[in-house]
Design a binder for this molecule. Structure first.
Ligand SMILES: O=C(O)CCC(=O)C(=O)O
Ligand SMILES: [Fe+2]
Length: 368
């Protein structure tokens, strides 16, 4: 487990979080692990098990054959698996479109629902593209709903105030995302993973996500899966204690992270989004189109050029992260009272008490 280094005044996690969040002068990223490049020391190759998965099913979800995935573990973090972009060329576009056009739709819940009527937050995509096409989105223009989106919940909708899931607030989990998650979890040694809840986080270039643990799920033996698309983020993986010094790593578009076993309940955070170098705004893997015709029974479908224009415009300055969770053990039901599951320490209050926002609006403590 990560070493706990208590430092005077400010703990090691908070210190590093603030260091990477700083804008001026820009942070030094030289200590951030980049798993897409060969690195030694802290990183080791993980052998995944392709046996439980039919290869054809994997490609239907837009993934390369499992034997070709580049998966890594981190010394000191048992159960943590980092898979470097296992998506087939062109297939990330489908998942991005789902995240921007489909998943924000009703009956899913988003941050805008906290202070807008359901009529106003209906058809976020359609309302936004109308504005984008009519007047463009230059500086000074009012922000579109798409740009105001911060989080969407799926399946068992997470209640940010009580920090619980409830059987009373459930809508069907998207079956294609269920299927993708099932395959990734199986390859990582968790057959039968049942995706029951999802949290999508939408990061603009100045967004961050505070230090927290995801412990509201009732079965912690099931992994937490995380899919990233768009701009690169710095991810901080800490220890079981809030102040443990974290390890920093880049999460690039297409990367998948699995937090399982002893790593399932580690503190983590996203202090910053790393702006793309000017002139090359979209990661090249997102510009690729599908190399083969989609079949009717494929999970992924091709994305129209019209839709992709909007997605790529959005992702030039944004990142979308999808975390997928199994809430209940197989056969388990929710307890009568949720009170015993109220967490005491799962989400960090706002950084230094500044910019305090209503949790329900901002999700995990988030600055934008
Ligand atoms: O954006 C990320 O990479 C992390 C998201 C996360 O930690 C969460 O949704 O619980
Ligand atoms: Fe998290």
């Amino acid at each position: 487990m990560a070493a706990s280094i208590a430092e005077h005044g400010e703990d090691a996690f908070r210190k590093l979080f603030k260091q990477y969040k700083r804008r001026n002068p820009p942070p030094d990223f030289s200590e951030v692990i980049n798993l897409s490049k060969p690195c030694k020391d802290k990183v080791f190759t993980c052998e995944l098990n392709s046996a439980p998965i039919i290869e054809e099913d994997v490609s239907k979800a837009g993934l390369r054959p499992v034997k070709d995935w580049r998966a890594f573990g981190l010394h000191g973090y048992p159960g943590f698996i980092f898979i470097c972009n296992p998506f087939l060329p062109g297939s990330q576009q489908y998942w991005v479109k789902q995240c921007l056009k489909i998943y924000p739709r009703k009956p899913n819940v988003c941050n805008l629902d906290m202070h807008m009527s359901s009529v106003e937050t209906e058809n976020i995509w359609e309302k936004s593209i109308d504005v984008i096409r009519r007047k463009g989105c230059g500086k000074g223009e009012p922000k579109t709903l798409l740009e105001k989106l911060r989080w969407v919940t799926l399946g068992y909708h997470y209640d940010w105030n009580s920090k619980t899931y409830s059987p009373d607030h459930y809508t069907p989990f998207p079956k294609e995302l269920h299927s993708l998650s099932h395959k990734v979890a199986a390859a990582c040694g968790f057959p039968g993973f049942n995706a029951e809840a999802g949290i999508l986080n939408y990061y603009r270039s100045d967004s961050s996500l505070g230090i927290h643990v995801d412990e509201s799920e009732l079965d912690h033996t099931r992994p937490l899966l995380s899919f990233s698309f768009g701009q690169t983020a710095v991810f901080l993986l800490g220890g079981t204690k809030r102040e443990d010094r974290p390890t920093a790593m880049f999460m690039n578009s297409g990367d998948i992270m699995v937090m399982s076993g002893p790593s399932r309940l580690l503190y983590h955070a996203v202090p910053c989004i790393v702006s793309a170098p000017a002139g090359n705004m979209l990661p090249p893997c997102l510009g690729q189109r599908l190399e083969t015709e989609v079949q009717d029974d494929d999970i992924i479908q091709s994305v129209s050029e019209e839709d992709w224009d909007v997605c790529s415009w959005y992702l030039q300055t944004s990142r979308v992260n999808v975390t997928v969770r199994q809430v209940l053990a197989s056969g388990q039901t929710f307890p009568d009272s949720q009170a015993s599951h109220l967490s005491t320490d799962s989400c960090e209050k706002s950084e230094e008490g500044k910019n305090k926002k209503r949790k329900s609006e901002s999700g995990y403590e988030r600055d934008t």
